[in-house]
Design a protein around this ligand. Structure first.
Ligand code: SIN
Length: 293
């Protein structure tokens, strides 16, 4: 990868690895950098090993993948998630009755807020943050309610070499307190005594692809460690602005019964609440992850 600024060509050059054809899926990329719609798969079925391998590969190559026209019961949604590991239980958000791993994602005319309105990586305040999130939206507004996704590989690769050297070995605090305290009060959910808080590397290496990704986000990251507070605030602001550059993004336009599966280790996302007073509703299954390195 190389980065050029000024009049010397694109600000970020993406050099994708040559990809072998897929045998059991179709792949329709949203951008060269991030996101692909996947066809030829029914997520409600028990998937053959060959197709599961290709879904893993499609996620690794595209960082977020989308499936349209799926019809999932809660049990099928949970079973699809379990193909990728143990399921994560959200430390604060409401869940479907009897299913703590099935987070409710819903906004309607009476909602005081919608989920995920700021850029974030899911629950990055956990010592072992979720590997991935699988969002199934059943009911869409007539238009709007898109979700934006940004590649943190691209964000890292587009940093200057001097900035990469500065961030090398640096850690940051991710604090659930700022994100969760009082957030679900209007839904009748009492606050926990404490929310998760963790220190993670500012640049993490993806355990599957081996690529480096920027791992700070506006939702949870409160402090860069090892530098004065004012320097931390200024650099963090720069990194969050940089991570949100539209150059690194794709935008998914939902249709009813679609699924988005994103890799929290290398992707941030943001949901648009531009559809009030209409309803957007579904469930999220979140796959547990490892301690970032
Ligand atoms: C979230 O999981 O942050 C919500 C994303 C969305 O509703 O599109």
């Amino acid at each position: 990868m190389s980065v050029l600024r000024g009049n010397n060509g694109p600000r970020y050059r993406h050099n994708p690895d040559a990809s072998a054809p897929y045998e059991t899926l179709t792949i329709d990329k949203l951008t060269p950098i991030i996101g692909a719609e996947i066809g030829g798969v029914d997520l409600s079925a028990a998937l053959a090993n060959r197709q599961m391998d290709e879904i893993h590969r499609a996620l690794a190559e595209n960082a977020v993948i989308f499936f349209r026209d799926q019809h999932l019961t809660p049990e099928q949604h949970l079973a699809f998630g379990r193909n990728f590991g143990a399921l994560h239980i959200h430390p604060a958000a409401p869940h479907a009755p009897g299913h703590p791993e099935l987070m409710i994602i819903r906004a309607d005319k009476d909602s005081p807020r919608a989920n995920g309105e700021g850029w974030h990586s899911d629950v990055s305040c956990d010592p072992e943050p979720p590997m991935g999130s699988i969002l199934y939206i059943e009911q869409c507004p007539p238009n709007g309610g898109d979700t934006l996704f940004a590649s943190m590989y691209a964000a890292y690769e587009a940093l200057s070499d001097r900035m990469k050297a500065y961030l090398d070995g640096m850690t940051a605090v991710h604090d659930g307190e700022v994100a969760y305290r009082g957030t679900y009060k209007d839904l009748g959910i009492a606050d926990k005594a404490v929310y998760p808080r963790a220190e993670h590397p500012v640049v993490r290496t993806h355990p599957v692809t081996g690529r480096k990704a920027l791992y700070v986000n506006r939702g949870f990251t409160t402090r860069l460690l090892g530098v004065p507070r004012d320097e931390s605030a200024a650099i963090l602001e720069y990194l969050c602005d940089h991570a949100e550059d539209p150059l690194f993004q794709c935008r998914f336009r939902w249709t009813g019964n679609a699924v988005a599966f994103w890799d929290n280790r290398c992707v941030q996302h943001r949901a648009m609440w531009d559809y009030w007073p209409h309803t957007r509703s579904g469930f999220r299954v979140t796959v547990a992850g490892d301690r970032p390195v």
